[in-house]
Every structure is written in C-alpha cells, then in structure tokens.
Design a protein around this ligand. Structure first.
Ligand SMILES: [Zn+2]
Length: 412
C-alpha cells in the first residue's frame, strides 16, 4: 500500500453511521480517517462495501485479566463463591508459567480482535507468589498483537500491598519493566487507605494513570470512593483515574448517588461497570429478590461522569462465562440497567468505544484513528439486540479480521 500518495488507501462505502441519516463513505489514509461523506470520489487502493451495515469505532475492552483468563480447565469450581475464587486462583498462580499465561492470553486477544476490539487494557498481577511472571509474559504480546489491537498493561496488586510484604517493590519493578498503568484492589488489603496512597505514589513516580478495583464487596464498610476522589485532586491526577466495579453505587439512594456522582465528576474519575462478573458474584447472601449490583453507569453519565463497560474476567472462578466480546457486554448492560430506547442503545455503544478509558483520537471523523468495526446490523439497537457474529475489524486502516456465519438449512 502506498504511503504519502493522495489516493485514500481504503474506502468503506455504503456504511450506516450512528447519528447520521442515509449511507456514508469513510476514506482512510495512512491509518487515519481523512473524510466522511455521503459519496467520496477520490480513488482508493482498497474499497469495502459495508452493504448498509453499521460502522462504529473499534470496540474497546478497558478492563480485562489476560493472565487469569480461561482457567476453568485447570481449576473448576467446587463452591462457586468469591472466597473460593480468591483462594484457589491465588494458589493456582504458583503454577503459572510465562508460556501458560501467553497461551491463554493469545486465545483471548485473538477472540477480542475478531469481535472488533482494537484497544484493551489488561491488568497484570504482581504479588509475592507470581512475582514478575505475568508482566514478563504479557509485555511481549503488546508488540506481537500491535497489528490488531493496542494493548495497555495495568500493573495490578490483586492480593493487597501492605499485607503482602515485597509487593510494593515488585510493583515498582513491573512499572520499570514497561507497565503502562498502576492499580490495586484495596478491598483485599488490611489497610485500604495506605494501599491507595502507595498506588498514587507509584503513579506519580512513573507519571502514569491509576486503575482501582473499588467499592465492590456488598458489605457495610464505608465507601472508599471519597478517599480516592480527594487523593486524585490532591495529587493533581484528574482525568487519569479509573474505578472498576463500583457495585456499591447501585445500592445508594438517588440523593447519595448524586453526591458521589459529583465527587467523581469533579475529580475527573471514570467508572467502569463490569456486569458479567458483578451479576455473578454480587449479593450472594441475599436469599430472595437478589440484587443485581451493577454500577448505574447510565445515571452516572447523566451526572456528568465518564462511564464505560468492560468484560473483566473470562471463564475463570471469578466469572465462569464470557468470550471477550465487548458488544455482548453492551447487550448485558442494556438488559440489566433496563435500557430500551434507541438513544440509550447508542450510548451503550459509546460506553464500549469512545467513552472507554486509555484510548485517544477515537471516533468516526476526519483526523481520528482508522480503528473501526463493521457490524452486521443496521442500527445500534440491532447491534445491541443480538451482538451479531458477522464483523470486520479494521486496525489503523488495515483489515485485520473478518468473521461471517455460514448457515445451511436442510429442508425436508
Ligand atoms: Zn478486574
């Protein structure tokens, strides 16, 4: 493919776009969208006919655990509860090898690309058992899969920091090796506030974004969100902090949610709902009328907070389901938050694309990255309704995956 020539390297014709009537053509050159118009006469070295299907920015999966994905074969559930997931996964980590992590991670990454994911953030566990095995396994995959997706690595203390001697030094080592983001799960630490302090200290040392698993358990402990919000502002880390789960927000009365929404908005903190995991794990002590416990992401967006969604765990003890398809998570969030309007479905697609964290220059407009997915659907509602199998993934203007269904009906 020529670079620097005036011809567009790729044209996608007959595309349906969200928020625009009629059919559109998208012209791409040197990995960037250069024009979006009903018809573009400029020549292109490759023309794709979208046949009226929906073209959206590449899906983003901003909260994924590549190192502990696809573990059910090694460790099937006996109890199926959170305690077992924490304990058994921790002990399983003793046997993790670089090759084993990479083999499972590759399967997930390839599925993600085929589903249309062009950017993802994976947490990378660091603790005294696993030490740096996970970061050593996943760092090379950033380059190996750059053709299909942008992989960001969030160095992650799943097991706590102050209660796991040696972890703090290992976190710094992992960041020095090439981690992009720092994070932790303060609920596993005997001193959650100190845990949060340490994570912010490391973020400042390495000038990186912060990503916490926060306010997740359905206990009566005070929310940690106000502490994180005030620390974010104190450290000048606005628009650099993201909180995953936040299921406790689902249990707040509207006035309290509004107050928490204001804290999040003023600190520029993004919230990620992880409905596949949270529906499975939350409210296990409820004997009837079991709560859903999904962060009320749409209400947060209405309050001016940036909200997005992600898959989190895939087929392990924390979530024995999933295939790494952010579009199916859109369907799930729409169902669980009872979102039925066209506008809310379009917003769900934003939660899985332009509203995601860790991405830049995303959208369908001139100058934006040509990270796109063509979905075999005519509208956001159709895409959300059934997460169609037929998809084409385009990364930086290059087709990197095509999936279609071959169906044969044998009539009698
Ligand atoms: Zn997670």
């Amino acid at each position: 493919m020529e670079t620097g020539s005036k011809a567009a390297s790729l044209k996608i014709e007959d595309a349906t776009l969200i928020g625009r009537n009629g059919r559109w053509t998208i012209a791409v050159q040197n990995g960037l969208i250069v024009e979006v118009a009903p018809a573009i006469t400029t020549e292109a070295s490759q023309i794709i006919n979208a046949n009226g299907n929906l073209v959206i920015p590449g899906l983003v999966d901003p909260h994924l655990h590549l190192d502990k994905a696809l573990l059910l074969e090694q460790c099937p559930a006996k109890e199926g509860d959170f305690q077992e997931a924490l304990e058994e996964t921790f002990s399983l980590k003793r046997n993790f090898t670089i090759e084993d992590i990479q083999a499972r991670a590759r399967r997930v990454l390839e599925s993600e690309i085929a589903f249309g994911t062009t950017a993802t953030r994976s947490h990378v566990e660091v603790d005294p058992v696993l030490k740096l095995t996970s970061i050593k396994a996943l760092l090379p995959l950033k380059k190996e899969y750059a053709w299909g997706l942008t992989l960001q690595l969030a160095v992650f203390a799943q097991e706590g920091i102050t209660n796991q001697p040696g972890t703090e030094a290992l976190l710094r080592e992992a960041m020095a090796m090439g981690g992009d983001v720092i994070g932790s799960a303060p609920y596993t630490d005997s001193d959650p506030e100190q845990n949060i302090w340490i994570v912010f200290d490391i973020a400042q040392e390495f000038d990186c974004d912060v990503d916490f698993h926060l306010d997740f358990l359905d206990d009566d402990a005070p929310l940690l969100l106000p502490f994180v919000a005030s620390e974010t502002i104190k450290r000048g880390w606005q628009n650099r902090v993201c909180l995953g789960h936040m299921t406790r927000l689902a249990g707040l009365f509207p006035a309290d949610l509004k107050a928490m929404g204001a804290l999040l908005r003023d600190a520029g903190i993004s919230v990620l709902a992880l409905p596949a995991s949270d529906l499975y794990m939350i409210a296990r002590k409820d004997t009837h009328n079991i709560r859903r416990g999904i962060a009320p992401i749409q209400q947060l967006i209405e309050l001016g907070v940036n909200g997005a969604i992600a898959t989190n765990n895939i087929q392990n003890l924390f979530t024995p389901f999933g295939d790494g398809d952010p579009l199916k998570i859109c369907t799930l969030i729409a169902q669980t938050l009872q979102l039925g309007t066209t506008a809310s479905h379009e917003q769900c697609l934003e939660m899985a694309t332009t509203r995601a964290i860790g991405i830049h220059n995303y959208g369908i407009a001139p100058g934006k990255a040509a990270d796109l997915v063509i979905v075999e659907a005519r509208s956001a509602s159709e895409a959300i309704g059934a997460a169609p199998t037929g998809r084409m993934t385009i990364k930086r203007g290059r087709v990197v995956s095509q999936t279609s269904v071959q169906r044969t009906l044998t009539r009698g």
